[in-house]
Write a new protein. Structure first.
Ligand SMILES: [Zn+2]
Ligand SMILES: [Zn+2]
Length: 304
């Protein structure tokens, strides 16, 4: 496969449309893109991590460990490590950044938010909540655009933490505050809005309010269908909605939604988010339609 940048052979696909060498991809990533502007899919996470690793080493060799540019690259790499499931490495990187980066303050704050995100995902909710509870008042005092956005991000994660801990009043207060702030901002990033809506849906779900959870997932999907260009992200949100529909007892709608989403995801062969979601989705659909054994051996559940 020939590389988009140097046109030499030996490149690998990083998205549905373009192949790069890791080295060339690193150069390309410096522009700060996090997804392909042509096919609108997320870059292959493993190749992206390899490229960012290269970039981080290069920056460190040139400017030194303590330089803010090196730290920014290390932070970017840590987030990517967490995305590819290497959470132990990610946590180590983030903890090192937190202990050594009083300056610049944005690196310190973002590292803490990202560490809390991982801990929360690992169900270590107390330590995650402690980090965020300590960070929030500091973020409010900084009064810059980045600190405001990080503040909303921290509230979203903390809200999710609280709802899984059963602290529903606190969770509701935080999550509604975030969604309201986004709604009052004409330039709000709709991907962030969708993330909060999904967190709110999770909150309703933990309170066993499945109808409201389902409605909230539906709004999230509608926003995505209006704004999103990456088919995988729309399909992944539809899977969440289908799961909520099952909890509401609306199995036939859920089956249709599973089938359409799986058919979209299986076409996204170079999108690791899509391919990673397929096995579970297929199993869940299989449990819903219970195909006969003969059919099950020959056909995928979405084609039954
Ligand atoms: Zn190349
Ligand atoms: Zn592409």
């Amino acid at each position: 496969m020939s590389c988009v940048i140097c046109l030499e052979d030996g490149a690998g696909f990083v998205c549905e449309c373009s192949a790069f060498h890791v080295n060339c991809f690193a150069t390309f990533l410096v522009r700060g893109d996090d997804e392909c502007q042509i096919c609108h899919s997320c870059f292959d996470r493993r190749l992206k991590a390899a490229a960012l690793d290269l970039l981080s080493t290069r920056t460190s060799n040139l400017f030194g460990e303590a330089n803010p540019r090196t730290k920014a690259r290390q932070l970017e790499l840590a987030v990517e490590f967490s995305d590819i499931g290497q959470t132990e490495v990610a946590k180590l990187c983030l903890r090192r950044l937190i202990s050594t980066s009083a300056e610049p303050e944005w690196i310190l704050a973002v590292s803490q938010v990202e560490l809390a995100r991982i801990l929360c995902r690992e169900r270590q909710r107390m330590p995650a909540a402690l980090i965020l509870e300590e960070l929030l008042p500091k973020l409010v005092c900084i009064k810059k655009r980045w600190s405001w956005l990080e503040h909303l991000e921290a509230c979203t994660i903390l809200g999710g933490c609280y709802s899984s801990m059963g602290r529903f009043v606190d969770a509701e207060k935080l999550l509604l505050f975030v969604i309201e702030s986004h709604m009052n901002n004409p330039n709000a990033c709709w991907r962030r809005v969708v993330k909060v809506m999904q967190e709110i849906a999770g909150f309703y779900s933990s309170r066993y309010d499945f109808v409201l959870a389902c409605e909230t997932h539906r709004v999230a999907v509608r926003i995505l269908e209006a704004e999103e260009q990456d088919p995988s992200r729309i399909a992944l949100a539809n899977l969440e909605l289908a799961r909520a529909e099952i909890r509401c007892g609306d199995t036939s709608a859920a089956i249709d939604r599973f089938i359409t989403s799986i058919r979209t995801l299986r076409k996204r062969k170079h999108d690791t988010w899509a391919t990673d979601a397929l096995p579970n989705a297929r199993e869940e659909l299989g449990n819903l339609i219970k195909p006969t054994k003969r059919l099950r051996v020959k056909t995928l559940p979405e084609d039954c």
